[in-house]
Design a protein around this ligand. Structure first.
Ligand code: GUN
Ligand code: ZN
Length: 440
């Protein structure tokens, strides 16, 4: 058992932030030997429950849950900041050429390590990631995450049409490969598999149908795709699927909407789409730095809250411009404020933070597993230094309440605030006697 004494940020079941100025976090093994939160709260309440337990003191620091990135592309690490006239030219000119290199296992492994280094430096401890259409890329990201004991969800991209040589896959083989990857990686250690059709325009009906069938056969896998990001994309989809009521309705028609189906963007929606999200238990991965960078539009937070469907925050690197959850939360605030294309609102800092931690976990179907520091959660946590820069020191020193403190960190913070990223460890291997091979 280990204990840490510092300020402590957690969330209650309703998404309200709980902050203990003088807090205590106690971590230790669960019944399977994995490090989890055993106790958390104000020091004066928690300490007496653990007499004799020595706590590491971290004065001036805040312990907070590791961030969750609900939508990111690991093979796009090297194309952050590639300019284009919107989504479709960006895909054609930068994304597909970069992704075509991931047939090479060495390149895939090298980028996977850089990607995980960046996530962890920025305090992201769980992500839902696109790989590429090459199974090699999936093996690379899962192997690297497994070595670091990260909780990571990823999948092979399905794209069997309207895609250039080098990234286009073949319908039947793509589904065979997906099932083999599910069997190899899903629920192994902290890894989870996401069935990943790139988006409706690059998938044939047959491929989308196959994806829906796999999703039914493996009901605790994730489904991960893009929807309603860009106006040209929406027009293209309506031409390709003239019978569909809307872009989102295309996915419904192939049985790709259920709990654990995660839809990136969800910008060009009407209320019927929002109700469909709510009724199916699907969730949106809101990716504001990407939407601003590619000029895609503004996620309607008011519409999402009014209808009441799940959503959380995401970087969408490399369309997104930063691995930093602070930058993503600030961009979400800007997008929320925008009031010309939709109602503008001011999202509370604690709400932005929840949408990138415990709220994202709820949207992913991982509530109580990651994204919070309540008892039972896996012990992925951050040590934050709220005085990491001179300006932050001035600002956070003047904060008179929690919302002011969190807003200072969101507006001025970046990877310098993340002093330490702690990942939940499994029980040490016990050694033991090797299994005997059956005699013939
Ligand atoms: N739509 C289809 N593929 C992509 C992608 O790689 N990034 C983004 N932002 N949108 C997409
Ligand atoms: Zn994306």
């Amino acid at each position: 058992m280990k204990a840490y004494r510092a300020s402590l940020l957690r969330f209650d079941f309703n998404g309200n932030a709980l902050f203990d100025e003088d807090g205590l976090l106690v971590v230790g093994p669960d019944s399977a030997g994995r490090q989890v939160v055993l106790d958390a709260g104000p020091w004066h309440q928690v300490a007496p429950r653990h007499p004799g337990l020595d706590a590491t003191s971290l004065p001036g620091r805040i312990l907070a849950p590791g961030f969750i990135d609900m939508h990111i592309h690991f093979p796009q690490t090297d194309i952050i900041g590639a300019p284009a006239d919107g989504l479709l030219p960006w895909l054609e000119n930068y994304t597909f050429p970069a992704e075509s290199q991931f047939t090479d296992p060495e390149h895939a492994s090298q980028v996977a390590e850089v990607f995980l280094d960046e996530l962890m430096r920025n305090g992201v401890t769980t992500a839902l990631a696109f790989a590429t259409s090459h199974p090699t890329s999936v093996n690379a990201i899962f192997s690297a995450a497994q070595r670091r004991e990260l909780r990571m969800v990823a999948g092979k991209v399905l794209q069997d049409r309207h895609s250039p040589d080098g990234v286009r896959d073949e319908t039947e083989q793509s589904l065979i490969d997906t099932e083999a990857l599910i069997q190899r990686w899903h629920n192994v250690d902290r890894l989870g598999y996401a069935i990943t059709p790139r988006f409706a325009p690059t998938c044939t009906d047959e491929q989308l149908r196959g994806a829906g069938e796999l999703a039914a056969r493996y009901p605790d896998t994730w489904i991960h795709t893009h929807v309603a990001e860009n106006e040209d994309e929406v027009k293209w989809v309506m031409k390709l699927f003239p019978e569909a009521r809307s872009y989102l309705d295309v996915y419904l028609g192939f049985d790709l909407m259920r709990a654990r189906s995660i839809y990136a963007h969800c910008i060009h929606f009407d209320d019927d789409d929002r109700r469909l999200m709510r009724e199916t238990g699907a969730a949106a991965a809101v990716s504001p730095t990407s939407n601003l960078f590619l000029g895609s539009g503004f996620f309607d937070f008011e519409g999402a809250d009014r209808i009441g469907y799940h959503y959380g925050l995401a970087s969408d690197v490399g369309g997104g411009t930063s691995f930093s959850p602070f930058h993503t939360m600030l961009a979400a605030y800007y997008v929320g404020r925008e009031g010309r294309t939709k109602p503008g609102l001011s999202i509370a800092p604690s709400q932005l933070w929840w949408r990138h931690t415990a709220g994202a976990a709820r949207a992913l179907g991982l509530e109580g597993v990651v994204g919070n520091l309540q008892p039972g959660c896996e012990a992925d946590f951050l040590v934050l230094n709220p005085k990491a820069t001179p300006l932050l020191a001035r600002k956070t020193g003047r904060a008179s309440n929690l919302e002011e403190l969190l807003f200072s960190l969101i507006v001025l913070g970046d990877d310098r605030v993340i002093e330490q990223t702690v990942i939940s460890q499994a029980a040490p291997a016990t050694g033991g006697v090797p299994k005997s091979t059956p005699s013939s």
